[in-house]
Design a protein around this ligand. Structure first.
Ligand code: ADP
Ligand code: MG
Length: 590
């Protein structure tokens, strides 16, 4: 689970968050100033209109000078045109500011996801992560654009309108001001609740994504078990949870929108009645009265805006909080400060007192000692769950060991850069993960930027060329999501071709052929033998017949390394290996 870290006091948190948020504006100062400047200018013009109307009614109207009236109208038209232009600028460039910030955040988050370790992905769900990279950031982008600008303009027009109202009639202005505390109270009352509701809503969107991801990804399993109804129920539950959370958000919105509407209209009504009284008593001109009513509209607009602020701010804040939370998840496996870049390792591997557990309570491996010479082929056998895969996955540092050390050619693997360490190790697993593109792209994943000729050579060595030649699109055949259009054997050959291309000195074959039928397995064994020639190879095998010729066989069980030696010697010793071997021999007769 993504952890938010320690919680210092609230004020500090808010200040820290704001500073962090505004740091994203730094590269876009020019854009921000353009957008902000235009918005402020447009706001000032809005304030100016009621005053122009006042002058019009009080001074131009009585004079009945049509030339002057038309001239004033033309002037007003010019100002309207300018304001139209300003609005267009604010809409386009302002949104550009928002999307730039959103893009930058998304880039950062995606970068960060590449750094997080297997342990993180063991504990977090794909759908939730996708929601953070997409939906959350969309809301943040929206606030990044509207946020500071709307807030400033709201305050500016609010105060400006007040000042003008005071200049027209102090008493009437004071009556109008009575509504402000009511509005402030409404805002503070609903703002916090809205943030919490939106945050919950994003969690729900994540749940959704997870459900859809797993359902669609596992549709073959769903249908094979005819569990569609079960899936439907699970989905219906998430769907209605989402609905309920959203409804509670709308309830808050409904209350705040309608209450603030009422307070606004009441204000207008009060101004109308009081204004009429002042006009009749000669304390307010007709122009002043009209202007005042218009100013109430201007002064009310920021209050109306508070409603949309109540909606967008909490969304953005919730999104930004979830963004920083994920961004602050420290990668638990990183390069050491002075990490060394290695290439062309020989492949002398040494485990010394290696202890490891996926959780602190339960150790999977305890005090393992193991030496593998460069070029040696070592096979690991033992009961399922003994820790064979775990043992091998410690070598590329997919997980960090709890105690002891692992060295390659005498280098502690923690002193090497992750990228260079992993460039020296190739892994072929039982289930091959292929990407949705073409055969060519999938082979090239072994070494990005390989030439077509190199890709074809690798395919040839993996004995894939016959199959590829029979396809109408050859190397450009699209293999479907995760390679669904290929057979198990073909996928495995593709994985082997990748390895020929990558050409690492160390190879891990983790039950690479266990899922295949005996015939295919035998054929692929030849390719694997060719692949492992001249490399240090760690083979995990389920079928013992496939590793009979290994240089050494290591038997792993719950106690650690139980026995090791050549096939012949282990059979003669009559230990665990002998028992495993005899059991399989009886079963398969091979
Ligand atoms: P083997 O490859 O020998 O069958 P593994 O190395 O896959 O065994 O697993 C060893 C133990 O570690 C098992 O008990 C398994 O449940 C546990 N385990 C494996 N992978 C993980 C993981 N990602 N998170 C937590 N526990 C795991
Ligand atoms: Mg395994």
């Amino acid at each position: 689970m993504i952890s938010g870290g320690a919680t210092p006091d609230y004020k500090y948190q808010v200040r820290h968050m704001l500073r962090r948020f505004f740091s994203y504006y730094r590269p876009y100062k020019g854009l921000f100033l353009l957008d902000f400047g235009c918005a402020v200018l447009s706001g000032l013009l809005e304030l100016g209109f009621p005053m122009a109307i006042k002058a019009f009614v009080d001074h131009l109207l009585p004079g009945q000078d049509w030339a002057l009236i038309l001239l004033a109208s033309a002037g007003l038209l010019m100002v309207y045109l300018v304001n139209t232009g300003l609005m267009a600028v604010v809409t386009y460039w302002g949104h550009m500011l928002g999307i730039n910030i959103e893009t930058e955040m998304r880039r950062k988050l995606f970068d960060h996801l590449q750094k997080l370790s297997f342990r993180f992905y063991d504990n977090n769900k794909t759908g939730h992560l996708i929601a953070r990279v997409t939906k959350d950031l969309e809301e943040v982008g929206e606030v990044a654009h509207h946020g500071p600008e709307d807030l400033f303009i709201a305050v500016m027009t609010f105060l400006g309108a007040f000042a003008l109202m005071f200049s027209i009639n102090v008493h009437l202005a004071l009556i109008t001001a009575a509504v402000v505390p009511l509005v402030a109270w409404l805002t503070s009352r609903y703002g916090g609740r809205m943030t919490r509701t939106w945050q919950a809503l994003y969690g729900r969107v994540g749940d959704f994504n997870v459900r859809i991801e797993e359902n669609v990804g596992g549709m073959r399993v769903v249908q094979a078990f005819a569990n569609e109804n079960h899936e439907r129920e699970l989905f219906a539950r998430d769907n209605s949870r989402y609905r309920e959370t959203k409804l509670s958000a709308y309830r808050i919105m409904a209350a705040s929108t309608s209450l603030s509407y009422m307070s606004m209209r009441l204000t207008q009504l009060v101004v109308m009645l009081a204004g009429t009284w002042f006009v009749l008593h000669g304390q307010l001109t007709n122009g002043g009265f009209i202007s005042f009513l218009l100013l109430v509209g201007v002064f009310i607009r920021p209050i109306e805006k508070i409603n949309s602020v109540i909606e967008t701010y909490p969304k953005g804040i919730a999104g930004f909080r979830r963004y920083t939370e994920l961004l602050d998840t420290e990668p638990d496996i990183v390069d050491a400060p002075e990490a060394i870049v290695v290439s062309h390792l020989k492949g002398d591997i040494c485990y010394r007192g290696v202890t490891f557990g996926y959780s602190a309570e339960k150790k999977v491996l305890r005090d393992i000692d193991l030496d593998i010479r460069a070029g040696e082929t070592v096979a690991f056998v033992g009961p399922s769950g003994a820790g064979k895969t775990t043992l091998c996955s410690l070598l590329p540092r997919f997980y960090e060991i709890d105690a002891g050390e692992i060295t390659i050619d005498g280098f502690d693997i923690r002193r090497l850069t992750l990228a260079s360490l992993r460039s020296q190790i190739g892994i072929v697993q039982q289930d091959v993960f292929l990407f949705g593109g073409s055969i060519r792209e999938n082979i090239a994943y072994g070494r990005l930027g390989a030439s077509d000729r190199e890709i074809e050579a690798a395919a040839r060595r993996a004995r894939l060329e016959g199959m590829i030649a029979s396809l109408p699109d050859g190397y450009d055949t699209i293999i479907g999501e995760r390679g669904v259009k290929l057979s198990g054997g073909q996928k495995q050959r593709l994985a082997i071709a990748r390895m020929f291309l990558k050409n690492p000195p160390i190879l891990i074959l983790d039950e690479a052929t266990s899922a295949l039928d005996t015939e295919t397995e035998r054929a692929i064994q030849q390719s694997l033998a060719e692949l492992s020639a001249g490399r240090t190879t760690l083979v995990i095998a389920h079928r013992l017949a496939t590793i009979r010729n290994a240089d050494r066989i290591v038997v792993v069980d719950e106690t650690g390394v139980a026995e090791q030696g050549r096939h012949r010697d282990l059979i003669a010793a009559g230990g665990i290996y002998r028992r495993l071997h005899d059991a399989q021999f009886e079963l398969t007769g091979s």
